[in-house]
Design a protein around this ligand. Sequence first.
Ligand code: CP
Ligand code: NVA
Length: 320
Amino acid sequence: MTRHFLLDTDLSPAEQAEVLALASELKKEPYSRSTFAGSGAGRQTVAVIFDKTSTRTRVSFATGIADLGGAPLIFGAGDSQLGHKESIADTAKVLERMVAGIVWRTYAQAGLEEMAANSSVPVINALSDDYHPCQLLADLLTIQEHKGTLAGLTMTYLGDAANNMANSYLLAGVTAGMHVRVAGPEGYLPDAAVIAAANTRAAETGGSVLITTDAAAACAGADVLATDTWVSMGQEDEKAARLELFKDYALDDDALKQAAPDAIVLHCLPAYRGYEISASAIDGPQSVVWDEAENRLHAQKALLVWLVEQSAKEAAPVAQ
Ligand code: CP
Ligand code: NVA
């Protein structure tokens, strides 16, 4: 069975831990794996498609695929037939004949599902409107590095609690056995289906879920504080209203005062100082955002290696 990574719960708790352990290994020994090295090792090219802009995701996948001996083929939806002249399914059926994997940043989660349903090579969500699971692998790696553990820690996300990052913090956090608190204004909280999935995962791992409109209560004693832009890609027209809507949910000095004294600060970037995060928080001593950005590279390399190897294992005939 081909393994895809379309949302955080596509990895079981044990699988997520395996990927994070491999990421730590690859951070120490960056060139120790040659998953895409060609000449006998299999396919070399990985397609990386962007329907939205990107700095970190683009550079980390390009670098990571090259580190693994592969060739990243990066293109925008506008440079190909995808989405206007050709369906997602037909695109998948062509790409699967040539490449080792498909990494895609797009809008609708349903598009990623259609790509995966028609692809015999792994499909990776490089951000959709609903989830940003690669970012969360990097975030968890960063937390593990700074705190020594994940299970049992309290992680609070503040701000636009209905966006892709909020959903991924919830699902990936509870998969790691964390206590995840998400705070945002009424009407901008996670969907019931995401909360239900997070609660199901939390019941397996000993994690927990708290959804609230009370920012101070969400921050109280937290080990990790995280936020994200209040204006996600595609929402630019709503900017003025959104800046007003989320103003009581900033990750600032007040939030830091509520949290544990040794709390760390995460932001997936790009960040807008003075809106969702204060300069004092993102540029202060508790911030680990540059480690977090670097960890996109290590986490995604581990994910690529793991998905390719696991897909091959699951396709192999069961020994008699
Ligand atoms: N955090 C993140 O995904 O950054 P980019 O949009 O620059 O890829
Ligand atoms: N929520 C943001 C994340 C950017 C990495 C967006 O979708 O634009």
